[in-house]
Design a protein around this ligand. Sequence first.
Ligand code: KG4
Ligand code: ZN
Length: 343
Amino acid sequence: MKQNNTFLLGIESSCDDTSVAILHNDRILSNSISTQKIHESYGGVVPELASRAHQQQIIPVVFDALKKANISMNQLDAICFTQGPGLMGSLVVGTSFAKGLALSINKPLIAVNHMHGHILAHFIDEGQEKPSFPFLCLTVSGGHTQIVKVESGLKMEILGSTIDDAAGEAFDKIGKILGLKYPGGPILDRLAQTGDATKFTFSKPNIIDFNYSFSGLKTSVLYFIQKEVKLNPTFIEENLIDLCASVQATILDILFKKLIKAAEFTGIKNIAIAGGVSANSGLRQRLKSEGDKRNWKVFIPKFEYCTDNAAMIAMAGKFKFDEGVFATQSVSANPRLNFNGND
Ligand code: KG4
Ligand code: ZN
């Protein structure tokens, strides 16, 4: 049952962002994020450095979130944290901190699945219309690509997922091939906006059911670039915006082919996107235009709730809080946490 006047603290530390948020009912009072810049020079997240940075950041970020929300620790009703999936060393920092904090203020602990957090971010109240159940959510992040049938805040089913790379991984790996900084996704998005998406064509996978594959695309871009650069060493510089636009269009075609198929199969017309890649401007526009054509009601998250953040963890925690689903002090971080929460 929906509980009123509750204050929840959420902690997200699954990858390279240390984030803490305070949720009052379904409104966000603060959402503090410390993004780790240290990984940029390595071209990807270095797990050991990430967990050390979380250790340094977690206490200042907790205090910052409480201060911005203008509440004290003992006003909190529960502590929510990301149990998994993610990087072990990073998850352990958030999990241990959450356990210690819950114990010290004698409040319940709520373990949240990171992917549920991305999906349930749609329920953070920003005055917008929220999806009604059931809805389909295309969840696209750096580690996952899934089509999820969401029946309630606690009941969700994966209809399809990637068999190799995630969509965000495809953006980042292809970005690297094109010489872009890490993470390549947002940079590729920006460059693609002025490019010609029809200039280059790349192979698309032929995978059964509602599943995805992105590793073939990455390889086809790599071979194409190697061949062209041999003929013309400045090929990338001369064609960068068109390459970005063509790659992005191919990724979007792949994503939408299966999303449309899943919508037709289930008959569900409430369609949402979530996860870091849902910040992609092409994806957001394409969802609107596909939605107009197919009579879908579409749900696009606010930018700040696309990439990793603790607001979504607190919101997912609220669904558990309302049903009295709490974790015990024996809970542990789980880098491969099952989608349905069983560790
Ligand atoms: O959800 P997220 O913050 O972290 C994970 O849970 O993985 O997603 C990060 C991913 C990265 O691969 C990043 O390149 C991608 O989201 N991303 C984007 C954009 N913004 C973030 N990809 C394409 N276009 C964007 N605008
Ligand atoms: Zn994420």
